[in-house]
Design a protein around this ligand. Structure first.
Ligand SMILES: [Zn+2]
Length: 454
């Protein structure tokens, strides 16, 4: 039987509408959307309904050190020294702790308005590098965590083989991440059936980075998996890797990828931070998605992606919370625009034309590209998509006198605290009045896991 909900106000692909009745079938798909409907009997939901945001880049386990690496204990405190701290944590994660941490991170994501997550997963082996008896155990920890929290999942088992360009073997701390190409393809082959009939799950390909995946391995995987719906890669997060790539391969990372890989709209270039003007234009022309994680990129001192040039060249972008130093889509979008304002000394920089609302433009574009990055039918309140709905509490003082796009602008730039009140994923209400339905049990599991780790 279908469930019907009447939203007092909803943001549909063709704009803002009132009295919107959304019908959801038992599998969680939207099967009908009718605006200006005051006749149909449906449960009334007061508030502003917008599409849930896909989170296009996550390493759930890294949430554990958020706030524990904010003390300068090095003359040169950079991404690379942060990575040492992250590796020490990664060495201690068990299948059980990964499950508990991911469930907490995913529940927190839902409360902030993310309704689906791309998990870029490379903790494959035991800490000493030996495979687990069950090579899928870590994947299942993540899948189970997503199911516990209720969030949609695109699992991205990630290939990781070398510690630097030129085939340098993995460091001791990286042995957990390393798989040979056959083991990786076998893992992927075993994971694919889990997604085949799962409405809430998809599986895609990921290459950790050009420094961690030799070209022959990348080519072997692409040859065997030509139909993969998405291919994610960390591409140019740090100046040091751009320099090392230029020295080793004779090209900057994005430049090299464009020349050597079949980059198209299935590709997601995570942290295209250090992109030259010609690289920006080249990526925009391929239809690939650039995945930006502004709070993590700021926290790690990565640098600033030239977002204005890229968007004005027609490029598409999605957002991710990556290390989870921030866990809020509105915060990621706010900082994306603020970085551009600080660089240009102008306001409302990322919109393509005058009279466009920045918050609404960024939310919509990040939803569309995030859906593509997730290879799932999400990102819009329309027939055929999953019923992933975020309801904003627009009754608070910050929203007085705001309607339509101004509600999104206020949510992104000016809402005090979290304005997300209710969240539905695949037709299930997971968050109501700001509370996740399983938050007490999930938090108890998280506390136990952290107690053993930190
Ligand atoms: Zn990452």
């Amino acid at each position: 039987m279908q469930s019907r909900y009447r939203f007092s106000c909803a943001w549909l692909p063709d704009g803002w509408r009132r009295n919107v009745v959304i019908s959801v079938d038992p599998s969680g798909d939207i099967v009908d959307v009718a605006a200006d409907d005051v006749v149909t009997t449906a449960r009334l939901v007061n508030g502003t309904a917008i599409p849930g945001m896909p989170n296009a880049h996550s390493h759930a386990f890294q949430r554990t050190i958020a706030g524990l690496a904010e003390r300068r204990n090095n003359n040169e405190d950079t991404f690379w020294s942060w990575r040492e701290i992250m590796y020490r944590l990664a060495a201690r994660i068990t299948p059980e702790s990964l499950n508990a941490i991911a469930a907490q991170v995913y529940a927190d994501m839902l409360k902030a308005g993310y309704t689906s997550v791309c998990e870029f997963h490379y903790l494959h082996n035991q800490p000493d590098g030996k495979p687990y008896d069950d090579p899928l155990v870590m994947c299942h920890s993540l899948i189970d965590a997503a199911a516990t929290a209720g969030i949609g999942l695109t699992l991205l088992p990630t290939l990781y083989q070398t510690s630097d360009f030129g085939g340098v073997p993995p460091l001791a701390m990286q042995r957990r991440f390393a798989l040979d190409t056959d083991s990786y393809l076998s893992l992927l082959g075993k994971m694919r059936p889990s997604a085949q009939h799962a409405a809430q799950m998809e599986v895609g390909l990921a290459f950790h980075s050009l420094r961690a995946v030799p070209f022959d391995s990348m080519r072997s995987v692409l040859d065997v998996q030509p139909a993969s719906k998405v291919i994610h890669i960390h591409i140019a997060e740090q100046e040091r890797e751009v320099t090392a790539c230029s020295r080793s391969l004779g090209r900057r990372p994005i430049e090299w990828l464009m020349e050597n890989a079949p980059v198209d709209s299935r590709w997601c270039l995570v942290h295209a931070t250090h992109a030259s003007a010609s690289e920006v234009r080249a990526v925009a022309q391929t239809g690939a998605t650039v995945v930006l994680c502004p709070t993590t990129e700021a926290n790690l001192g990565d640098g600033i992606f030239p977002a204005a040039d890229y968007l004005h060249a027609g490029g598409t972008f999605a957002i991710g919370s990556d290390s989870h130093i921030g866990l809020s889509p509105s915060e990621e979008l706010r900082w994306l625009e603020y970085q551009a304002r600080l660089q240009t000394c102008e306001r409302n920089v990322l919109v393509p034309n005058t009279d466009s609302s920045v918050g609404a433009f960024l939310w919509k574009r990040a939803c569309e590209a995030g859906a593509r990055a997730s290879a799932r039918r999400i990102g819009a309140l329309e027939v055929g998509c999953r019923a992933d709905v975020v309801v904003l509490d627009s009754s608070g003082p910050a929203f007085v006198g705001r309607v339509d796009d101004a509600v999104i602008d206020t949510f992104v730039f000016a809402a005090a605290g979290n304005a997300v009140r209710d969240v539905m994923v695949g037709g299930r209400w997971l968050v109501q009045d700001g509370r996740h339905f399983a938050e007490t049990a999930i938090a108890a599991g998280y506390r136990r896991a952290i107690g053993r780790l930190v």
